[in-house]
Design a protein around this ligand. Sequence first.
Ligand SMILES: *Cc1c(COP(=O)(O)O)cnc(C)c1O
Length: 401
Amino acid sequence: MHHQNPVFIPGPTNIPDVLRRAVDYPSIDHRSADFVDMFLPVLDGVKRVLKTSTGEALIFPATGTGAWEAAITNTLSPGDRVLAARHGMFSHRWIDLCQRHGLDVQAVEGRWGAGAPVEDFMRILSEDAGQAIKAVLVTHNETATGVRSDVAAMRRALDACGHPALLMVDGVSSIASMDFRMEDWGVDLAITGSQKGFMLPAGLAIVGISQKALAAMEDARCPRGFFDFRDMLAANRTGGFPYTPPVGLIRGLHRSITLLEAEGLEAVFARHFRIAEGVRRAVAAWGLQTCAETPEIASDTVTAIRMPEGVDANRIVALAAEKYATAFGTGLGQVAGKVFRIGHLGLMTDVMALAGIATAEMVMADLGLAVTPGSGTAAAQGYYRATARSAEAPGPGRQAA
Ligand SMILES: *Cc1c(COP(=O)(O)O)cnc(C)c1O
């Protein structure tokens, strides 16, 4: 049976119809002027979304994982030390990728439910008198735990120590959904993909690169081929690609940026906060806890919900899929079986979120949990009713074609 229920996973996200149509495009000659006309405005649009005016934006046919690899291999050399925190599955995977490339990772073991520990980083950086650390890695939004880290505070820590390390930020599940400021925060490499905040199918790795990172690129000795920034930059200069570009996705990205800017980036962030806050109120009404240890670090794109002792969170995800054809996210790594996740980013409205909350309640009641069906829905409804914006404002619930 084919279902059209929205997905409540933190990527890939639901795809607006206008974007599904935009990516459906016949083959064109990618060496033609038509491609150049389509492509160059996309690079400018990505820079606006990342909020950089002095950096470069590059797009590779890959996913967020490819963007991680592109960032480190283009700016670092084997044996270089990088500082990172492991506090969820995505920060863990980035560390693993660095190690596979022969980098010397100084990994701070963090709590799964806390943000990247600024104080620990500050201490380590201030003790690094020889400036052996070449890069600091931050996962802005830990999608596994639903926790936001403070990138601006990491910048301040680096500056306070006068430390020249590059600041690399994984913004895969935050960029285009949560406040992100590449230039203000002094981010040297900003990383994302097409299938989260940009609401497209997977297939594009998107990287923002500061001038400082471009300078580091000249001395970097990690082997790189497909992801070599230099080839991409050279080809992009004339609006071209060093190999066959994924034309449909690039066209989709153009349309996606148009949608985001029509709504307004700040309004997009406010919408994500509001939807997330409704979900958090539902969780509280259920008598459950978020994986995020404190409200101020709670993610606005995904909520990880801790199950009571003895309840296997995977059963919630499995039953939701089987019985109600609805996808929630499972727990990953250290929190596997302990949390389930409600993804609420990209094409998401309060009305859609209510469906997810109500479905989660049905499943938890089916499994005999002490959760009253309707309790979370009512809490979210109350919040959404009190905070609904007045009509007319554009948003994904009322989109122009
Ligand atoms: C989804 C995600 C990734 C991985 O991206 P892929 O596109 O699946 O390769 C990396 N980091 C974070 C924070 C993510 O949410």
